[in-house]
Design a protein around this ligand. Sequence first.
Ligand code: PA5
Length: 446
Amino acid sequence: MSIRLVDTYVAPFVAENEYAAIQPMVTAAHKMLTDRSGLGNAFLGWVDLPRDYDKEEYARIKAAAAKIQKQCDVFIVIGIGGSYLGARAVVEFLKSPLYNNLKKDTPDIYFSGCNISASNMQELLAICEGRDVCINVISKSGTTTEPAVAFRVFRELLEKKYGKEGARERIFVTTDRSRGTLKGFADKVGYETFVVPDDVGGRFSVLSAVGLLPIAVSGVDTDALMAGANAAREAYADPDITKNDCYKYAALRNILLRRGKTTEILVGYEPFMQMLAEWWKQLFGESEGKDGKGLFPASVIFSTDLHSLGQYIQDGMRNLFETVISVKDTGATQLIPNDPENIDGLNFLSGCDLNYVNGMAQQGTLFAHVDGGVPNVVLELADRSAYSLGYMLYFFEKACAISGYLLGVNPFDQPGVEAYKKNMFALLGKPGYEEQKAALDARLAK
Ligand code: PA5
């Protein structure tokens, strides 16, 4: 087991009978997932993906990654939401948030198409100047505005730089298997394409080509990532929450929500977890936040954010709980030097490893926050390896599905995302949105 749920710091807030009371609901949610009878059951491809992934495509992903590594200095990954967060989370977790600044024999990786910022686009274009570039545009629908606009910009750049023929060798498309404008266009022009499986939604797609191609380009061991995810798939098959930490986590979230803990804060003690938290926020926020329900997913990196949000968590409204990811072996060691003059009075830490100090910060914070009335679920992750990360990604995906079913929502749709798009299209004057535009213009005129 790469993950162990420690319930010591949540136990004071949960009565034993609450576990017993929720077990039948967890068993029912498990049944809905396994016999595919629940809401959104057309989107359960992620469940067995770590075992049943397309092996032929997987080999092509590795070959394409090797080609990209050879061909370019800068690799631009274009996508938004589930089409980029997983890859970015994995690269930053396993390589570094400073990946692009480190000495390495793999290309720099930048993410585009995840905002509509002119300044961000100009900065990326400036970074590409005088350097060899490849791009991977990732969009299941192929019509999402942000990546579509970015793809226009980078396709133009590549075609100017390398000609249409040369650009074709540097553009990789990950999209729907057969439908959609992007697929049709890619086939027509001759770009290599990879598939977002029909039955895998964006936020559950990190272990498909969506995540795997950029991850492989960064040099991460994708075999180990998939093996870890598959081990989790096998480990979390028992509906009994006393034997299944993934289901226990889902159950605890719902128990705490019923007790008025409406915000869950994912806590990491390592900057390399920042983007993992962003991926986690999308996974849970988009899966559960609907029909007027759902926990609000937030995140912090301690000890950094103890100096910004720590005050609120300790003393503010008591509608929060924390889920702490504690990495046992970070794979790094840094000793604190001795200062003969002991100017800062910290010589009692001379020779100490920063991991030890970080661990004590974590322990002290756990005690403080529990004393302040904040339940803490601790997830101990064995190490910072691709195997353990794959295990954890699957842990959260399955916990999210069970948790969504416990909540009584469809965890696999996202109807609310359309609202801003419709308004934006109307305001921009997209044909077909005339009526909505008139209504919005009237509101603006008031
Ligand atoms: O999880 C999801 O389904 C969304 O976040 C999508 O991934 C996101 O909206 C991007 O969609 P697409 O891949 O169709 O461009």
